[in-house]
Design a protein around this ligand. Sequence first.
Ligand code: NAP
Ligand code: MN
Length: 267
Amino acid sequence: MNNKIINIFTNETDISLETRAELTKKLVDRGYTVTEESMEDADLIICIGGDGSFLETIHSCKFPKSPVIGINTGHLGFFQEISPDCLDQFITDYEDGQYSIQDLSTVKATVTTLDGRENKHLGLNEIIIKGRQSYAVHFGIAIDGKPLERFSGDGILVATSSGSTAYNYSLGGSIVDPRLDLLQVTPIAPMNTTAYRSFTSSILLPAEVSLEIYPVYDDNRIFILNDGKETGYSNVKDVKVEVSDTMVHLMRFKNYDFWNKVKTKFL
Ligand code: NAP
Ligand code: MN
């Protein structure tokens, strides 16, 4: 008998549901307790789907302390490592301890409104700060409290290393080896004219540095997106973006190689 609890999350595609049924049977036969409800003390969280489902699982489990592994039935599957054809190998490697844990950094935004209230948002891929509707934004940007530039454009994206291959990459940002702990600040459609001057490429910040963004002119309404989830604010004083203490503990098996993944997914 085995007293381990395994939490399984899945999206609703046929292949994901079939994979869950097959995996659950194999695990129950080996004595595991398998649940589909979020459990704080789960020994392992398994997410079946694509990267979108992985992000969903991380958010619905409130950035869990338990290790997480993804089974890829989705499109891209950057976080997702295990193929649904290799469930037996996965269980054997798991039981033999043939894995390591990759601690992924997350990025935190603290929004302070003019009445002094603070709200926090956490992202595994990125935090985006943009204007309401389709208006251009004008932000002051400071690094560790020292003003750097006045940004004009659609918005600012701040990616973690593991988020560098997502939206950041579509915006022309760089792919970052996850062994580097940094924040990548990537402009979204920066305006760079004689009227407005903004950096047009990404800037990289070490993990211990924070970035502050504050509305200039009269408009202090913004949208924050953490991993694609949108929250609107009015009366914003400033937004502080920094690496959070919270980490996501991703299980990695012996054949995992980041650059091989990049090669097969992007080239
Ligand atoms: P979505 O709009 O359904 O997916 C956007 C695509 O991003 C999917 O193909 C997804 O992979 C992929 N993706 C997510 N995280 C990734 C990562 N770390 N590395 C490489 N690719 C990644 O939204 P979603 O599935 O809920 O994911 C939310 C994320 O979408 C956001 O955090 C943002 O980074 C990204 N996004 C990208 C764009 C863009 O590139 N123009 C626009 C909006 C949002 P799967 O197919 O495996 O799900
Ligand atoms: Mn998706």
